[in-house]
Write a protein that binds this ligand. Structure first.
Ligand SMILES: Cc1cc2nc3c(=O)[nH]c(=O)nc-3n(C[C@H](O)[C@H](O)[C@H](O)COP(=O)(O)OP(=O)(O)OC[C@H]3O[C@@H](n4cnc5c(N)ncnc54)[C@H](O)[C@@H]3O)c2cc1C
Length: 423
């Protein structure tokens, strides 16, 4: 096999496969190679539904080989280093590959170890995470079998893939416990590193009503640092001690302690007992991106430095990036990739043809948020955090039709159209 390729795509996930297929639809003569070591491909958006007991985990995984587009070369290796000034990547195995043009899309890194004890706690003692293929079915086991007590749902302070996923599962759990008649016995806490429930005011209003209805106590700017599955304790750091004291004092469990800092600016450490915990790890660019010349030096989490509208690398014009790995300040979702991929395709072809880059990505992203079983709010927005609704009705209102879109139509579209570059 030759080790030089006209277009080299790093990562054959949602972004890599979509963009490869779309490039070939536009120009069938292109010579494309995809580097990805994974045997399996996952439809991650359905893991929330798996955790809520309404989707089979086995339907979220397929063989990668069945989705690699015809007429591309699949290099089953993991990239370890980038040398963009010599148009070269090095793989973990030592293989070197060169290219004329490169598209970087190896996704995001789940930093489980940034929450002490989390990785070890997963999948037992009522601790789970829908961010892990193996744990998502356990989320449902613990929600289904919960008999009341303190339930904690965490959200880290870093950007994450699908910013809605940490609270989507909470709304479904609350609805399940309401219908089971045990909600009165549940003391529910959302421990979030963010400062609001949702960044777009129009959608935020809807979610605040859901929080209120479920009597969910929300701790903002609260950064989870440790989870002990055996002791069933969670520790988080916060500056909002007064607020935390107030909301915890209203809680049924009341099992908590606060180690306060010495001055107004210092961070206090809160330890709380739980009976059930759904945790989401902090996330960042994969380490091999962080340690490469492609990274944005100003970005503490090490994402690939691109122009947020053209998706072209800011310093290497023959390099583009899309998906969860970039520093574009959009919400990291598959929905965003649907709009990014055609921009990458058009602008990469323009670079090849020595034409100006004319396609622009406006930061579009979507977050389908189930507010109860059978109802979903489809939040769509762009870089300006303004709603960008597709349908001719108010999408801030949760609807059954949007629930059907999420649970039935989107999974079908993903495997049959999106990965094949036709939607
Ligand atoms: C629980 C959950 C719920 C979600 N809900 C939604 C939702 O409702 N709607 C929505 O739009 N999005 C949702 N998402 C987000 C969506 O799944 C991601 O945004 C999307 O998969 C990102 O695509 P990607 O191609 O950037 O990364 P991925 O799809 O993760 O693919 C990355 C690929 O890169 C490969 N790779 C990694 N390292 C290397 C390496 N060193 N060398 C070569 N290849 C490598 C991997 O094997 C993988 O195949 C959700 C995600 C989760 C976890």
């Amino acid at each position: 096999m030759t080790n030089h390729h006209q277009i080299l795509i790093i990562g054959g996930g949602n972004a890599g496969l979509s963009v490869a297929s779309q490039l070939l639809h536009k120009r069938s003569t292109l010579k494309i190679a995809i580097v990805d070591p994974a045997e399996k491909h996952y439809y991650q958006p359905a893991w929330t539904l798996v955790g809520a007991g309404i989707f089979d985990i086995n339907k979220t995984v397929r063989n990668e080989k069945d989705f690699i587009p015809k007429n591309t070369i699949w290099i089953k290796e993991a990239v370890a280093e980038f040398e963009p000034s010599s148009n070269k990547v090095k793989c973990v195995s030592g293989t070197e590959i060169t290219y004329d043009y490169m598209i970087v899309c190896p996704g995001i890194q789940l930093d489980w170890n940034k929450i002490k004890g989390l990785k070890e706690a997963l999948g037992k003692n009522n601790v789970s995470s829908n961010y892990d293929f193996k744990s998502a079915p356990y989320t449902w086991e613990m929600i289904k079998n919960f008999k009341g007590g303190t339930a904690v749902f965490t959200n880290p302070s870093t950007p994450i893939k699908c910013g809605g996923a940490p609270h989507k599962i909470m709304y479904l759990a609350v609805d399940y416990w309401r219908k089971k008649g045990i909600l009165e016995k549940c003391d529910i806490h959302y421990v979030s590193g963010a400062t609001v429930i949702f960044g777009v005011p129009e959608y935020k209003v809807t979610l605040e009503k859901v929080l209120l209805k479920g009597n969910i106590k929300v701790h903002y700017s609260a950064n989870t640092i440790a989870i002990d599955g055996n002791a069933k304790t969670i520790e988080f750091e916060t500056k909002n001690t007064e607020f935390v004291k107030q909301s915890l004092s209203k809680s049924a469990a009341g099992c908590y302690s606060i180690a306060e800092g010495n001055d107004a600016d210092s961070v206090s450490r809160v330890t709380m007992n739980f009976d059930l915990c759904h945790a989401v790890p902090p996330q960042s660019a994969p380490d091999f991106i962080k340690n490469s010349p492609l990274r944005d030096q100003a970005n503490a989490l090490g994402y690939v430095e691109i122009d947020k509208n053209t998706m072209q690398h800011s310093r290497f014009p023959n390099v583009f990036a899309l998906g969860d790995c970039t520093n574009a300040p959009c919400s990291k979702t598959g929905a965003a990739i649907r709009k990014q991929a055609p921009v990458v395709v058009a602008n990469l072809l323009a670079v090849m043809d020595k034409k100006p880059l004319s396609a622009q990505y406006d930061g579009y992203s979507a977050c389908p948020i189930p507010t109860e079983y059978g109802k979903l709010m489809l939040a769509e927005f762009d870089y300006t955090n303004k709603p960008k609704m597709t349908f001719p009705f108010d999408q801030a209102k949760p609807r059954w039709t949007m629930w059907i879109l999420k649970t039935k139509i989107l999974p079908w579209l993903y495997w049959n159209k999106i990965l094949k570059g036709t939607a």
